[in-house]
Design a protein around this ligand. Structure first.
Ligand SMILES: [Zn+2]
Length: 1024
């Protein structure tokens, strides 16, 4: 913040002021008792001073560096100083108030405090001087996060606040994330029980219009399905989350003029500073409804010496109220919210969301939707693993001494921060997030292994005393590295493959594992041979495998697998099935037939052994047609790659493309170089088409016999930048569909929102960036429709995507850029991977999936398969040396026996808590009107879901499980929206009857329960 250097007081005025005050009250030159007791005054403009600090849970420094205040040459920031000094500052005056937001920091501090300080802080909290706001572990991002992760990290923070302080945060405070999702509004705010949500970053054009119309404060209806029942009062700050314009920064080194009110000293400035304050208040009042405005007094990592701020705030309150033109008071977002509510106004209604965000005509913050795609993929993979690991922890019984999922929970929570999964942190901080995830995974992996050992053990029902079997897992299976499966079977050993399904439905899928021999056969646990297929490992896969194993693990694998072995599996809900791979002498896995487009005599090649067929044009070596023999959907579909050149800082426009901002300087098609033919592998389970798009893009397209979608696995990198041009790599699926500028993208992995190119529903959009300004975040998928079909694309991690041309969908897959975009991170987004100081650009491998359905039938696939993508099957490996596994182990298991959840319900949390209770969350997956059969009330029978347990108590909770649902409903403020005609017909499930134990879920409803099960005894023989 620049300070105006010519701020000087005219000496004459100073002289008179001195005389006047000096004569009037000579006593005040010694001690001034500042009156800070002011409360709301009904007939005045009330200026709510909210003292706050915004503490990023990692950004330029790691979370721990920020906490302890190390690495200060990067940024002088120490959260420990903030929290220490806050206590003394609050004790000095009981009218002072402070809010604290990020529980990841607060927890670190809390466990280091002695009992005396803890007692004091608890008193500060219960008196309301210190208030927890938002209260999740971090202030999560809203674009690159999945709603399940948002729920988990909020729950973790909220339960900590509840346990230590008995408090339930009332206010959502997403002041810094770069755009805001509908899911944040209705789910992570209204359903959590918040009374209001505040933030600052919305499109600059939107903000200007809202200031004109005084519509910065709105009632936000984020869910079409839940309607007004999930409305949230939402306040958008007029500028940012800092103090108002006019020099009100009071950190020790800040340059704003402090109030000098000692008449015996020079530079007395009370009147001038009071005038500055009143002017700022009036300016803000001019864009705000009601006579309440909020000054956010603080910003990033402020209050490291809290007294420095509070001293000034005391004086402002004292002198401004003496002046009397406006009323200034210590406040919090809760007090402010209550004042707004008491005004009994109707507020403008806002629907949909606040994406994309631009702070300048050429600065769309849509690059971060894809930045650091490997980290985004890792977060998603770990999120799924966390979900499955908690289930297994529950099924085995939570053990206080053994490994837990707690450190993975912490690492994942922190990774949802708005400078973590977003990819907008410095490289060393990104490494820190990955390290935390890896450590958390390692512990959870042990838990999973011991749980599976227990569940496969015949004595598992009686408490699993001595499981002996050892299971191993393969976190690098995606790059074909899996030592347990690369076993030499010729000695007579067989590989045991346990497949765990964390979904509440039975699942049919195809798994693939690397093997070293072509003489293999797969059996199920009943000894039946399972059809299987071998696909040779390509040179491209072998290179990635060797290079990245060396880089990540520091080893060069000695065994060289030659094939992928693919076979279909069928796994019961919330359970596992076991398969056996052994040496075969005669029958066994089918070798894929291999052909090349080069030798083909016909002009096209068809792939697909089931209903779905893809046709490739041989001359052009590319996909041309899609058809489904079951539903007769036919379409011309082409796929292409291109890159956007990132703007550098040269020329007239200084806005570079960077970690946050996507600012393309032209689009360039990527054409296959030379005449590299398509390689086609075909077999009984699946067909694959391998394409070397160019030297740094490799793609495999898969069509499975039993599936009606296409799977595309891309390997992009190292993106060359020797030409000095940063590149953002995209792929397009192009059809002849007439889509009329319209497409749909998900909101944080949940609701789909209609997007219209070059259009915003809230204002007349001035289009400056026809590409970047039409990008949206995608966590689940994107689809478009015409009058007969719909094309859906689903993703395996968060990416950016759009439809720039009618009939076309585009995804951004990877970015490598050479300039910083000037939003604070001060680093170019140029990820590399190094072996012995030799570095190259990071290669990213990922998948997307597409399918075309008759109009109105796509939702089933998007929802069901979307859940399968989110929760992949968990594979664990063991081996046996002859003998019969099935006679000594349980080979097939479902925690739900023969029960299955309805097709429209997903189990999103099943977790044994420390206190012995169980957290259960069920989510209806469909919006109202989304599917003719499945957008209906769903019923889950808990007795069947937990067949061997007896529910002793069940309590419905709010979303973050820190208060009873009924209490929350009763407390939560109901706001009035302009032009809204009441609640409409919202379908929600009724209360759960203790004896029937059936949970009803209306469309899009997520219900959270705390359950206590009766302890079931297994008396030993001979006991009574
Ligand atoms: Zn921030």
């Amino acid at each position: 913040m620049a300070i105006d250097p010519i701020r000087r007081r005219p000496p004459l005025i100073f002289f008179f002021l001195f005389l006047f005050i000096g004569i009037w009250s000579p006593v005040e030159s010694n001690y001034i008792a500042y009156n800070t007791t002011q409360r709301i005054v009904p007939d005045k403009l009330n200026v709510h001073l909210v003292a706050h600090t915004h503490d990023d849970v990692g950004w330029l420094k790691t979370v721990d560096q920020y906490y302890v205040g190390s690495n200060n040459s990067i940024q002088g920031a120490c959260v420990q100083n903030v929290l220490d000094s806050m206590v003394t500052a609050l004790l000095a005056d009981k009218n002072r108030r402070f809010i604290y937001v990020e529980m990841a920091f607060f927890q670190r501090w809390w466990r280091q405090q002695n009992d005396a300080i803890k007692k004091i802080v608890k008193e500060l909290v219960s008196s309301g001087q210190l208030e927890f706001i938002n209260g999740g572990m971090c202030m999560h991002d809203e674009a690159a996060v999945h709603y399940i992760d948002m729920i988990d990290q909020t729950t973790l923070g909220h339960r900590f606040v509840k346990k230590e302080f008995g408090q339930t945060p009332r206010i959502g405070w997403q002041i810094d994330p770069f755009g805001h999702s509908a899911v944040q509004a209705y789910l992570l705010s209204a359903e959590v029980g918040f009374d209001a949500l505040y933030f600052s970053r919305i499109d600059y054009q939107d903000r200007e219009k809202r200031k004109d119309l005084k519509s910065l404060e709105v009632v936000w209806r984020g869910s079409k399905t839940l309607g007004s029942s999930a409305d949230i009062f939402t306040g958008i700050f007029p500028k940012n989350y800092e103090p108002p314009p006019g020099d009100f920064y009071f950190e020790v080194n800040d340059k704003s003029p402090v109030i000098q009110d000692d008449v015996l000293l020079f530079d007395y400035n009370v009147e001038e500073r009071v005038n500055d304050f009143v002017a700022a208040a009036i300016a803000q009042a001019n864009v705000t409804r009601t006579n309440h405005i909020m000054f956010t007094m603080g910003t990033d990592f402020k209050y490291q010496y809290a007294t420095s701020w509070f001293r000034q705030l005391d004086k402002f309150i004292h002198y401004v109220n003496k002046d009397g033109r406006v009323n200034a008071l210590y406040s919090t977002p809760s007090i402010y919210t209550d004042a707004k509510y008491a005004a009994n106004e109707s507020w403008p209604l806002k629907t949909d969301d606040f994406f994309p965000y631009a702070d300048d005509p050429n600065a769309y913050w849509t690059g971060y939707f894809t930045s650091r795609p490997a980290l985004k993929g890792y977060v998603r993979t770990m999120s799924a693993y966390y979900l499955a690991a908690r289930q297994l922890e529950f099924l085995k019984g939570r053990n206080s001494s053994g490994p837990t999922t707690d450190s993975l929970a912490d690492a994942l929570a922190i990774a949802q921060h708005h400078d973590a999964v977003t990819g907008t942190e410095k490289q060393h901080v990104a490494n820190d997030y990955a390290k935390r995830l890896s450590i958390g995974y390692a512990e959870a992996e042990k838990l999973v292994e011991s749980s599976l050992a227990c569940l496969t053990s015949p004595d598992s029902k009686s408490g699993c005393y001595k499981p002996v079997v050892k299971f191993k897992q393969c976190p690098l299976l995606n790059i074909s590295y899996c030592p347990p499966s690369e076993l030499d079977l010729s000695t007579g050993k067989s590989l045991v493959v346990l497949v765990y399904n964390s979904l509440g439905w039975k699942r049919e899928d195809v798994i693939r594992i690397p093997v070293i021999s072509e003489s293999v056969v797969v059996h199920d646990y009943e000894g039946r041979e399972i059809e299987s297929q071998l696909l040779p490992l390509t040179n491209a896969s072998v290179y990635i495998r060797n290079h990245y194993v060396k880089a990540y693990l520091g080893i060069s694998p000695s065994v060289k697998p030659k094939f992928w072995l693919a076979f279909p599996v069928s796994v019961p809900p919330l359970g596992f099935n076991t398969y056996f791979v052994s040496n075969s002498k005669q029958t066994g896995a089918s070798m894929s037939s291999l052909c090349s487009s080069q030798g083909s005599k016909s002009s096209s090649i068809e792939i697909g052994q089931g209903h779905l067929k893809l046709l490739y044009n041989v001359d052009e070596r590319k996909l041309s047609h899609y058809f489904n023999t079951r539903n007769l959907v036919k379409a011309n579909v082409e796929q292409s790659y291109s890159f956007y050149a990132g703007y550098d800082k040269n020329g007239t426009d200084l806005q570079a493309s960077g970690a946050y901002i996507f600012h393309p300087n032209g689009s360039f098609p990527i054409k296959p170089e030379g005449q590299v033919p398509l390689m086609i592998l075909q077999g009984p389970i699946l067909d694959e088409v391998h394409e070397q798009i160019n030297p740094w893009i490799y793609q495999v397209t898969r069509v499975y016999k039993g599936k009606e979608h296409t799977e595309v696995e891309f390997t992009v990198g190292p993106i060359p930048v020797d030409d000095g041009i940063g590149k953002e790599v995209v792929t397009q699926l192009t059809t002849t569909m007439k889509t009329n500028k319209t497409f749909y993208t998900d909101s944080s992995g949940r609701d789909f929102i209609k997007r219209i190119r070059d259009y915003r529903s809230d204002w007349e959009l001035q289009v400056n960036q026809p590409v970047a300004g039409n990008y949206y975040p995608i966590n689940l998928g994107i689809y478009m429709e015409d009058n007969s079909t719909e094309l859906s694309v689903l993703v395996d991690r968060s990416v950016g995507g759009t439809s720039i041309l009618d009939g076309q969908i585009e995804l951004m897959l990877h970015r490598r850029l050479l300039h910083d975009d000037g939003r604070g991170v001060a680093e170019a987004l140029n990820e590399t991977i190094c072996i012995n100081d030799k570095c190259e650009g990071l290669t990213v491998q990922g998948k997307f999936y597409f399918r075309i359905d008759p109009l109105g039938e796509g939702a089933k696939w998007r929802r069901s398969f979307g859940q399968e993508i989110y929760s992949p099957l968990l594979l664990a490996f063991s081996e046996q040396d002859g003998g019969n596994w099935t006679s000594s182990h349980i080979p097939n298991f479902s925690a739900m026996d023969s029960y299955s959840l309805p097709d429209n319900v997903a189990l999103i949390t099943l977790q044994a808590l420390e206190d012995g209770s169980v957290l259960l969350r069920l989510a209806h997956l469909y919006e109202v009107g989304e599917d003719k059969d499945l957008s209906t009330m769903a019923y889950v029978e808990l007795k069947k879901m937990f067949p061997d347990k007896k529910v002793s108590t069940i309590t419905e909770m709010n979303l973050s499980a820190n208060q009873g649902r009924a209490t929350m409903e009763k407390k939560r403020l109901k706001w009035k929206a302009e032009g809204s005609t009441g609640s409409g017909t919202v379908v929600r499930g009724g209360p759960v009857d203790d004896t029937k134990l059936v949970v009803e879920l209306g469309p899009m409803e997520i219900r959270t329960f705390l359950i206590k099960f009766e302890y079931i005894f297994f008396p030993k023989m001979g006991q009574p």
